[in-house]
Design a binder for this molecule. Structure first.
Ligand SMILES: Cc1cc2nc3c(=O)[nH]c(=O)nc-3n(C[C@H](O)[C@H](O)[C@H](O)COP(=O)(O)O)c2cc1C
Length: 142
């Protein structure tokens, strides 16, 4: 059975390229073995990540991620059973929010900035959907 989990968190320290790169490297090494796909969206100080795959695998990975000291204030935005994947092409796609058109951010938020902590999970998911549609997600695996 497939599930999709969406969470947001704050970076423990202002995010630098090497920190994001190391997370993506770990994700791309581990996720295929666990059948996990998804997308990691990041700005200077926060993450939104969608994880999809088998329920056990997604829950296990989430439990690992929550304990990671590179971030804090991890908040589940949504968890749902799904019939099919949305991010099946990405072992872990990436979106740098600094490169996203502010109009798109404004479409789903009160300000033209990413703040999943004050948005509904539905709005954050809709934003991720549009990011896929506008090809803002990079790192396609196949
Ligand atoms: C925001 C964030 C997202 C992460 N996403 C993943 C992921 O999708 N897959 C993964 O294996 N590790 C992810 N990690 C890293 C895990 O917390 C953990 O460090 C890693 O799975 C350990 O893998 P290793 O034992 O192969 O080094 C993430 C960490 C953070 C802070």
């Amino acid at each position: 059975m497939l599930v999709r989990l969406l969470y947001a968190s704050r970076a423990a320290e202002p995010l630098t390229g090497p920190v994001v790169d190391s997370i993506l490297e770990q994700s791309r090494a581990n996720n295929p073995k666990a059948g996990i796909t998804g997308v990691l969206c990041f700005s200077d100080d926060l993450f939104i990540q969608a994880l999809e795959g088998g329920r056990d695998e997604v829950c296990e990975l989430y439990n690992t991620i929550v304990r990671d000291r590179r971030h804090l204030n991890v908040r589940i935005l949504s968890f749902e059973e799904i019939r099919e994947r949305r991010f099946g092409s990405w072992t872990m796609g990436q979106v740098n929010v600094a490169k996203v058109n502010p109009t798109l951010l404004l479409k789903y938020s009160e300000r033209a900035e990413l703040n999943p902590f004050i948005c509904s999970g539905q709005a954050s998911m809709a934003l991720l959907d549009e990011l896929i549609a506008t090809a803002a997600v990079v790192g396609r695996s196949g």
